[in-house]
Design a protein around this ligand. Sequence first.
Ligand SMILES: *Cc1c(COP(=O)(O)O)cnc(C)c1O
Length: 417
Amino acid sequence: MEISRNSCLTLDQDDALAELRDEFNLPANMIYLDGNSLGAQPKAALSRAQQVIANEWGQDLITSWNKAGWFDLPSRLGNLLAPLIGAEQDEVVVTDTTSINLFKAIAAALHQQASSKENEHRKVIITERSNFPTDIYMAEGLTRWLDRGYRLHLIDSPDELASVLNHDTALLMLTHVNYRTGYMHDMEAVTALAHQHGALVCWDLAHSAGAVPVALNQANADYAVGCCYKYLNGGPGAPAFIWVPRRHQEQFQHPLTGWWGHATPFAMQPNFVATQGIRRALCGTQAIVSQAMIEPGLNIFAQTNMDAIRRKSLALTDLFIQLVESRCAKHALELVTPRAHQERGSQVSLRHEHAYAVIQALIERGVIGDYREPGIMRFGFTPLYTRFVDVWDAVEILRDILDSKSYRTDIQRNAVT
Ligand SMILES: *Cc1c(COP(=O)(O)O)cnc(C)c1O
């Protein structure tokens, strides 16, 4: 059947998640396809901000650490997040940035390997050249700092894994859904393969948490980190999360041993004794105002489940691909994202010769996507607030821009693309 704007409106009428869009504050006349970079604002965030700033900070001041539950907030948020990533209670905390949490997870994994006679010789960290740069940079920085012969091995395709994993591999560090292409790894199969070779596996869930179902415990993963300001809608620069499964918590050790990871922080002891459990991942005083903004987004997820979100996500990305290929057929757009559902996250990336200029033209017309090197336009689909009719309208605007060549190839790059 031919797809039309009307048939997209019908899909919206029949959409079980449609009413969750009302939970978000979305500007009129904007089609927001960048929730993979900065999630939209939950309406409840504004009243929560008012409460935190006016009452908890403004009136109750220091007593809010106990009274308003500030001290427990990283754990409480972690527990709300746990079901979205297949984690148990008390296995996740929200804290610091993804980069910093990667540092802790990589350090902990290397330490874990180095602590056993059988594995102490393992010196190689494997990751993908196409990984998000900060993941590679953090591993690079740590291995250089340690200066103990650790080295990074960058692969160019997941197909190489079977041949590069071996008895020298300490850690396989992968991003579950690639930020640029939208390619999704088979977490369970890859983890099992790495374990066969004695390697530990750390997953970065920046483009997975809240985007696709994740089953960390089922996959028997070893460490995971991720981002709260993307699909989880926690606000700009929202603190990130770190997951350590219960089976590793006893031996979980990282070098950022600040007082919030201490067993008795207010005993003010002169030596560090790590607390039990996942709160060992905390370092210093938490960014409470930013943390508080994460809860409204997580509460929206609690009204549905990741299977329903996944169904709509695939329907949205399928529709986008189909419409781009039919309505923009005469333009040289290359689909970078896999067609196979099991290999696709919740975004679609298209390569075009003038990708940056086209994205800027789209943004000017109210369709917000973004640009990533080299030559890629990225469109994120967030089932909580993206409608099918938005997909139709976005593709029509893209078609019009390409047909009329109304984009400026001489445009200056902004600092953030
Ligand atoms: C967005 C993203 C990050 C961001 O890290 P920050 O420390 O929060 O800036 C890290 N890794 C991946 C894979 C990402 O997509």
